[in-house]
Each structure stands twice: as C-alpha cells, then as structure tokens.
Design a protein around this ligand. Structure first.
Ligand code: HC1
Ligand code: SF4
Length: 580
C-alpha cells in the first residue's frame, strides 16, 4: 500500500489503484460516466473517453482523468478546484450539445447517468450548439438502439467483447459522429448478437433499451374479451421489489400476484410450474444418454447442454453448431413449455380457444422476447407466448396504473399451473438448473429417496464450476458456467478433450437470470445480484416440496395427458429443434 493525499486528506491505498478508486475508498465520489468496474464478473471499463472525472495532480500542468490514472506514492490530488469544476462543466456541456434533449420521453428517463450529472451540475443552458446526427433508430424484437444518444462510453462494447465474447459492438466514425455500433451498421439480428441484453444493462444513457410491449398489453387487457394469462419467471419475484422500495432478494411473489390481478390479468400462473416440467423432461434425457454411454455407446452426445437460456442457445447456434448443437437438450425452456401447456391443454379443457388466450410472460430477460417469436412455437400465426415483458416493463406498467407493491396483500397463484417445487425457484440463479436436475436424477438412477436435497458443491458464483457426483457408483461430472465468455472457455476445453463432462449448464448472464438484461438496473452493484440469488435459495428452502417430480400438479399432468417423461406426447408438446 502507498499513501496519497486527496483534497487534503491522507489516503492509504493499493499501489495498483486508480485515483478514482482511491478517492472512492474514503467516500470522495468523483463524477464519471464511462467508467464502470464490476470486479465480480471481470468487467472493467475505464477507457477515459468521457473526461468527466478530470482531477488535478499538484505539480502537473494538465488535468488527468481519475479513472485511468494510477496513484503514485506521495501524490497530491485535488478533485474540486475551480479549474477542475470548469473543465468538467465544459465537457458536460459539450456532451449535451450533441445529445438529444428528449429526456421526457426517453426510455432511460430517471435512470440516465448523463441526466443525473446535468441535474447535479445545475445545467440550465447548453452554451454550445452541436449537430445532432440522425442515426437510424433500430428496433428489433428485443432491443432498441437509439444511436443519437450514444456517448461513446464503450461500456456496451466492453461487456459484449470482454465478458460475453460476442464482439458484436465496436466504435465507429470519428469526432462528434463517433458511436458504438455493429460492423457495417448492420441490424443486430444480422450479427452474432445473442440478445443477452447485457449491453443494455450497462448503457448509462438511452442509447440501448428494451423493446417495450406494455402499451400493446394494456390494449389487450382493455378489450375485456380475452383471458389474460400471466406466467412469472423465477428471478422476477426477488428483483421487481427494488423498484418499489423492497430490498434486493426479498420475495414478493404474493404482492406481485395481487398486482397482476389488479392490472386485469384473469389468471396468474407460474413459470416455475413449467420449470418443474423442464427438469423432468431434461433429467429423463440426461438419464437416457448417460445410461447409453455407460453401456458402451461412445457415439452418444455428451455433455448434455441445458437449453433454457435463449441467449445461450443463440450463442451455440452461432458459434458451435457443428460441434455441439446435437448435444443440447431438446427440452423447450420453461417459458415455452408453459406457453405450450396453456394453449394446448389448459385452454382446450376449459373450452377456451387459442385465439381467446393472451399468454404473457414476465421475464428478467430480453432474449426471451425473441424466443417467444420463434415460428415453431406457434400455430397458424398464434404464438404460445404472445407477449414477453421484462421486470422493468412490468414495474413501469404497475406505476402507470398506480399500483404500489408495498401496499398490497399477498395473493396466491391460480391452480393448477401455479404450483411448483423449490427446485424450480433456483432455476433463476446460476447452478440452479443443475441442482434441480440432480435432485430428480439421483432418485431416478438409484431408486432411493434423496434426503439431503442441497447440493452445495454446485452453488456459488465462480464463473466455471465443475463437480463430480457419485450416483450409483458412477462418477457423474457436471459443469456450470455463467456468462458467454465462460461458456466459450469450457466449450473450447471440451473440444480439445481437456475436459470430460456429462452435463453442462450455461446461463448467458452473470449470476444467471437474477442478473438478466431486463432486471432493474444494478448500476454496477453486483451485490444486488448476489442478494437476489440468495433470495431464491431461501424460497426453495422454505417450500414443502423440493423436487420437481414431487409436484402433484405435474404428476397429474403426466397421468392425464402426457403419459411418461420422454413419451411421444411429451415430445410433441415439450421438445423442439434447433437452427443448424
Ligand atoms: Fe430464467 Fe428460466 S430461469 S431462463 O433465467 O429456465 O428469463 O428467471 O424464466 O424459461 O423457469 C429467465 C428466470 C426463466 C425459463 C425458468
Ligand atoms: Fe452483445 Fe449481448 Fe448486447 Fe448482443 S445483447 S450486442 S450479444 S452484449
């Protein structure tokens, strides 16, 4: 450690730290825009492009950016001299001079770091008149790119390249015209974009945001001639509360159900029900393949890759389809299993046609919006999932409708598609799918009842976790990764025969769905994601049923309609094909 002086205060700090980090450690917040560091996920953006964090080093002629200048022993730094304040103000005004000022209708209004700075600095006039370049606003099924608002902070580029290794985004053009975009300014769906939404999660302004379907849904509800059916993803219940003053990780499932009923949903069900179904179909598939392999069939495709995260599926299709697409489980994701059951079983037994059901999923994810629109998941243009809203969109919809989650009583899910085991709750965090599957797989392979269902060896937040499980004297090796860059590392190791696995779980977002691109903004605070994950673990611990195969509604679904796991009927309804 070394000692520096910041604003007259002696600060002991690590010699590798930047001025910004040293100042932050003693509560001196230097304003910044482009800088963002999330050490837990290996994300560091300090390209020093915004120049807002300029500070004075005594003895230096020029001001320096605090985010990229390392401390030196004895360094004296001033963060708020007249010169520093003027410089910052100038930079900010220059930035605002070619930034659209439609804050009132901007998707990031209230969550925009540039807007916050303008507010903090009390900017009332923009002295410089820059030109606003009218870039085309690109609207895909999941993400909107409004590049006039790009401030060239490069956070999205760093996220896409360093963490997700997709390399879809990079800086183009020069001077005022510089923005971060795709190669040849192609639309995202013409690139290797997986729609993981992690670029959206770190964009500090309104340049990247989710495609919003709230108004379409309000119109559907207002017609009053349809069944408006909701499914709520596991990770939403421990995060949406943050928008209403609850702590990250607090379980507000009950309040959320009441809120959806107030909004006009006729039936509020749970994605978790379908997550139990996914566990059963996927465990069955794993069991079949592992048994074949142990019986000497060396052609069988292992490891079985999990299939519930659509951004991961797209990543696999884009990058590894030749080598590994046959490995992926054919089980549909819980979102799609739910949609299929609602429109093909629940509706018909109640005499409600597909067209009369509006199937709405509430997801922490942007890629789910695209998954819902895969043509195979529809019949004559009528989709199993009609609308996918993110956690943020639902929070906005509730606020528009004057519904405050803090003031509501707890409701209960409608039956039968609202019942679920604890195994399904943990789907929303990294390692959860694996743990849920092992609980069933263990019993299926050994014929014994599993007493201790907590497989702590697969928990945690290390980006790659490998565990060996002894089931029936067989060594089953499971791998868990979160983040697409981590997935790439493991796939490369598998390709080079440096790793042997029977199952590999991949979630595209760090932390799993709790860290999804559609969740309330975390502003770089990974602790929020950790707390959401713990919240799901707690819900699981408190459930009376902890294994998917013990969910009575699922047992009844098989008895009445599907036969056995992996049956022809189950395949028709609950499995899918991939894009080669
Ligand atoms: Fe997920 Fe899943 S866990 S993918 O993160 O398998 O989005 O929460 O709904 O489908 O269940 C997301 C979450 C979610 C699916 C489930
Ligand atoms: Fe990259 Fe994901 Fe953003 Fe697509 S959605 S550009 S893959 S970070």
């Amino acid at each position: 450690n070394i000692v520096v002086v910041i604003d007259g205060k002696e600060v002991e700090t690590h010699r590798e730290n930047t001025i910004l980090e040293a100042a932050k450690s003693v509560g001196i917040e230097i304003p910044n825009l482009c800088y963002l560091k999330i050490p837990e996920i290996g994300f560091k953006n300090n390209c020093a492009s915004c120049r807002i964090c300029m500070v004075e080093i005594v003895g230096n002629k020029k001001l320096v950016p605090a985010c990229s200048t390392k401390v030196n022993p004895g360094m004296k730094i001033n963060t708020n001299t007249m010169e520093v304040l003027e410089k910052r103000r100038n930079v900010l005004e220059l930035m605002l001079s070619n930034h659209p000022t439609d804050c009132l209708i901007c998707a990031k209004n209230g969550n925009c770091d540039l807007q916050n700075l303008a507010k903090e600095f009390g900017i009332r006039d923009i002295r410089f008149k820059g030109k606003i370049f009218e870039y085309r606003r690109e609207t895909s099924l999941g993400i909107v790119r409004d590049l006039d608002k790009c401030i060239m902070c490069r956070r999205c580029e760093t996220m896409c390249r360093e963490v997700q290794t997709c390399e879809v985004l990079s800086g183009i053009n020069r001077g005022f015209k510089s923005i971060v975009s795709t190669a040849f300014e192609r639309d995202l769906d013409k690139t290797d974009c997986t729609f993981c939404g992690q670029c959206v999660a770190v964009c500090p302004v309104g340049a990247l945001y989710e495609k919003d379907y709230t108004w379409d849904l309000i119109r559907e509800i207002a017609k009053k001639d349809k069944r408006i059916v909701a499914q709520i993803a596991p990770a939403v219940r421990v995060a949406i509360g943050e928008e209403f003053g609850f702590e990250p990780g607090e379980d507000i499932t009950g309040e959320l159900i009441t809120a959806l009923k107030k909004l006009g949903f006729t039936d509020v069900f749970d994605t978790n029900f379908a997550a139990d179904l996914t566990v059963i179909e996927e465990s069955h598939e794993i069991e079949e393949r592992v048994k074949k392999y142990l019986n000497g069939d060396k052609k069988v495709k292992l490891p079985v890759l999990t299939s519930c995260c659509p951004a991961w599926v797209t990543f696999l299709e884009n990058n590894y389809s030749e080598d590994y697409l046959e490995n992926i489980s054919t089980a549909k994701s819980p979102q799609q299993m739910f949609g299929a059951v609602v429109k093909n079983i629940w509706g018909p037994i109640r005499g409600i046609s597909r067209e009369k059901i509006v199937s709405v999923s509430i997801m922490p994810c942007l890629a789910k919006k695209l998954e819902g629109k895969i043509s195979n998941f529809s019949e004559k243009g009528n989709y199993d999932v009609d609308y996918t809203l993110t956690t943020r969109e639902l929070a906005r919809l509730l606020k528009q409708s004057n519904i405050d989650l803090k003031t509501l009583q707890k409701g209960e899910f409608d039956k039968p598609l609202g019942e679920s085991s604890g195994a399904s709750d943990i789907f929303g965090k990294t390692g959860g799918v694996t743990e849920a599957v092992i609980r069933d797989l263990y019993e299926n392979l050994t014929g014994e009842v599993l007493e201790n269902v907590d497989f702590k060896s697969v928990r945690g937040l290390d980006e790659i976790r490998i565990a060996s499980l002894n089931i029936n004297n067989q060594n089953i090796r499971v791998g868990i990764v979160h983040g697409l860059g981590a997935a790439r590392k493991v796939l490369e190791r598998l390709r080079e025969n440096q790793e042997e696995l029977h199952v590999l779980e991949v979630m595209a977002c760090k932390g799993g769905c709790v860290g999804g691109g559609g969740q309330p903004y975390h502003h770089g605070d990974f602790d929020k994601i950790r707390k959401r994950a713990h919240g799901l673990e707690k819900i699981d611990e408190n459930k009376s049923i902890r294994k998917s195969k013990d969910n009575p509604q699922i047992i009844s679904l098989y008895e009445k309609y599907l036969g056995k796991p992996g049956s022809n009927d189950a395949h028709k309804l609950l499995h899918r094909e991939y894009k080669y």
